[in-house]
Write a protein that binds this ligand. Structure first.
Ligand SMILES: NC(=O)c1ccc[n+]([C@@H]2O[C@H](COP(=O)([O-])OP(=O)(O)OC[C@H]3O[C@@H](n4cnc5c(N)ncnc54)[C@H](O)[C@@H]3O)[C@@H](O)[C@H]2O)c1
Length: 331
């Protein structure tokens, strides 16, 4: 099925989870575009922060609704008059299910179901959804394509993303929505509040003599800058022609966790020979982790997107920016 959106249809956005790391960058990019008529953030500030978005409060096109996704009436009213939902809300701690097995269902799949139901009941019928590479499970060094046979999530986080994608697909077919789902690699950049590079900086600032590293440090993944991520989503949003679309979004190159530790040590200006790396052992950080991830990005590139920052550039830039964030937080 094709969708027939015109450019004039796509200027009023609701960002569900917009006060978070990635959402705040969507807000920056969308409001920098004069064609954007409205950006409304819907967020309960559980992991989002006002300082992520405070620089937009004076923009008449910008509004913040501080509310729960569970409040369907409020969400439906908020969606009224908008054309596009960027859905980013979920549990940010991907390993939390080890101690709270229900968390990714409650704060993942159920949130997506509520967003879709509010959309069905409103006139806002386009969704851009932040899924993740966890949907694939463990394919080792095989470069996975979006229609990869044999996908089998190995974490409840990945399962909740895959379940959300399936719900979105069904709502598109049954209720006339249209969608792009994005399976991001690890996203890095300013205002990040979680992730391996962020954790290393925090730990090293507390103790510059030693760094605990989960697993054996050989886990190898792509880290994409948030600017490239936002550009990929908006490129697909404007160029994808099917009612339901799925895209991998990653850099195409990879780095190990030990190499990230080296970058964090360098960003802090520490002498590497004076920092002891203490590995927790095993080939992965936690039970549902996938130690090696390779994502094919041919599909999104065919729409004209290209990744400006390599993994190393993305991480180096983000570590510098995160140090600034941490210093401002401390002052
Ligand atoms: N950061 C990454 O590396 C990465 C990689 C792949 C996928 N993703 C996905 O992208 C999305 C955004 O990630 P992020 O890093 O910006 O996370 P984030 O935690 O910074 O942002 C999520 C936002 O959702 C809000 N939220 C959560 N539950 C809510 C609820 N019940 N009601 C209203 N608001 C709620 C939070 O307050 C927060 O502002 C997430 O779904 C995440 O799983 C992120």
């Amino acid at each position: 099925m094709q969708n027939n959106r015109s450019a004039a249809d796509v200027c009023r956005f609701v960002i569900v989870g917009g006060a978070g790391f990635i959402g705040s960058h969507f807000t920056d990019v969308l409001l920098a575009d004069e064609a954007t008529k409205a950006v409304t953030i819907y967020d309960n500030f559980s992991s989002g922060h006002d300082w992520h978005i405070a620089h937009h409060h004076k923009d008449a096109r910008f509004r913040v609704v501080n509310a729960e996704i569970a409040d369907l009436d409020c969400l439906r009213e908020t969606l009224s008059g908008h054309q596009v939902v960027i859905h980013l809300a979920s549990n940010p701690d991907i390993a939390a299910a080890v101690h709270d097995p229900d968390i990714d269902f409650r704060e993942g799949t159920v949130l997506s179901r509520n967003v879709l139901e509010a959309m069905r009941q409103s006139d806002c019928h386009r969704i851009l959804y932040a899924s993740g590479s966890g949907v694939y499970g463990d394919f080792g060094t095989t470069e996975v394509i979006e229609d990869q046979p044999g996908m089998r999530p190995v974490s409840t986080y990945g399962a909740s993303k895959y379940a959300s994608e399936h719900l979105i697909s069904a709502y598109c077919y049954m209720f006339g929505l249209s969608a792009c789902c994005f399976r991001f690699g690890n996203v890095v950049g300013p205002r990040q509040t979680h992730g391996v590079g962020f954790d290393f900086l925090r730990k090293l600032r507390e103790d510059p003599t030693q760094l605990e590293i989960l697993g054996d440090g050989k886990q190898s993944k792509s880290y994409i800058h948030v600017e490239d991520t936002v550009a990929a989503v908006l490129t697909a949003h404007r160029g994808a022609s099917e009612d339901f679309n799925v895209f991998n979004v990653a850099t195409g190159d990879y780095i190990t966790v030990t190499e990230i530790a080296d970058l964090a040590v360098a960003a802090l200006g520490l002498d590497k020979t004076q920092v002891e790396y203490v590995y927790s052992g095993g080939d992965r950080g936690w039970k549902g982790d996938v130690p090696v991830i390779r994502l094919s990005t041919d599909r999104i590139k065919a729409l004209g997107w290209s990744c400006e920052n390599s993994t190393k550039q993305a991480l180096t830039r983000s570590l510098v920016a995160l140090l600034d964030d941490l210093e401002q937080e401390a002052s």
